[in-house]
Design a protein around this ligand. Structure first.
Ligand code: ZN
Length: 307
């Protein structure tokens, strides 16, 4: 998942030129002989650089490349890249990983590869995004990753750093009715963002790569990341859940959402949290994933005891 709400770091804003444009009254005009000619047109658009990539002036988006060392490892193993919207694997339900396969080289390598790919490029990645239809996702959020957001933004989204986490056969259940609407993006839908309402709090269960059961309650941004990645395992992209009229190019992410009531699409929700309204997700089972997580985790415990 590539999540950015409000990029604040502009590498070339129009204010960069203001010192050239003004001169104190009466001051002598400086010699411009050896200087490059001053641009006669205004800078056409803001180029925005976030922790995970850069939008150019034409609005196209370039994700940061992953660590070159990791790239070499990936290459040696037959490099897999992040697939983009349109690939069939992004629209299909992924398969559960049999517990006895978790220790296998295939699954362990898959988790390592996914963690390497997502590092520095986003906050989450699901296996189908590299063409593997298995119920595995990874998530991580770092101080560096959120460094281009103000403290106020991070607080409003309840975004906090957390260590890399890999979850196999995840199950997510909402806790309470509170929800939050924020701009969301995806490494498989590069260059765009849209407002997506998600549960504010969820319970995440699953199995870790070491076979241990995972059972954590998540709130705010981590809860959003988990729900986004879970969606991938069910063949759902954030654009399936977005507020339609809020889709925008990444360089326009901080533009206001429409406030008028559209006769066909209604009114866009306001950005932020709301205390009630969990029923906005018509099909709740879509995010709960597998039904037998208790059995899965119980089996996992027994398996570890036997060792
Ligand atoms: Zn995604």
């Amino acid at each position: 998942m590539h999540l950015r709400a409000l990029p604040s770091a502009s590498v070339a804003s129009s204010s960069s030129f203001s010192s050239f444009a003004t001169r104190a009254p009466g001051a002598k005009k400086k010699k411009m002989k050896n200087r490059r000619p001053f641009p006669t047109t205004r800078f056409p658009a803001l180029m925005t650089r976030s922790a995970y990539g850069t939008s150019s002036t034409d609005g196209s988006w370039t994700e940061n490349a992953s660590n070159p060392f990791n790239d070499l490892i990936s290459l040696a193993r037959g490099k897999r890249d992040i697939v983009q919207a349109g690939e069939s694997c992004l629209y299909e339900r992924s398969m559960e990983v049999p517990l006895e396969d978790i220790e296998s080289t295939e699954i362990q390598d898959l988790v390592s590869e996914m963690l390497a790919i997502v590092k520095g490029r986003g906050v989450g990645l699901a296996a189908p995004q590299i063409g593997v239809k298995k119920r595995v996702f990874v998530m991580e959020d770092t101080k560096e990753g959120m460094s281009d957001e103000s403290e106020e933004e991070r607080k409003s989204k309840k975004r906090v750093p957390f260590k890399a986490k890999a979850v196999i056969n995840p199950v997510i259940t909402p806790i309470g009715d509170a929800s939050a609407a924020f701009m969301e993006g995806c490494l498989s839908v590069q260059g765009y963002r849209a407002l997506v309402r998600r549960h504010l709090k969820v319970k995440l269960k699953g199995v870790a790569p070491d076979g241990k059961p995972i059972d954590v309650d998540l709130t705010g941004w981590p809860a959003r990341i988990a729900q986004h990645e879970m969606d991938h395992l069910n063949g759902v992209l954030y654009v399936d859940r977005m507020e339609k009229r809020t889709l925008r190019r990444v360089d326009k992410v901080s533009a206001p959402v429409p406030t008028d009531r559209h006769e066909e699409f209604g009114t866009c929700p306001s950005v932020g949290e709301i205390a009630t309204g969990g029923s906005y997700l018509s099909n709740k089972s879509a995010i709960t994933g597998v039904d037998d997580i208790e059995t899965l985790t119980k089996k996992s415990k027994n398996r570890r005891k036997r060792r």
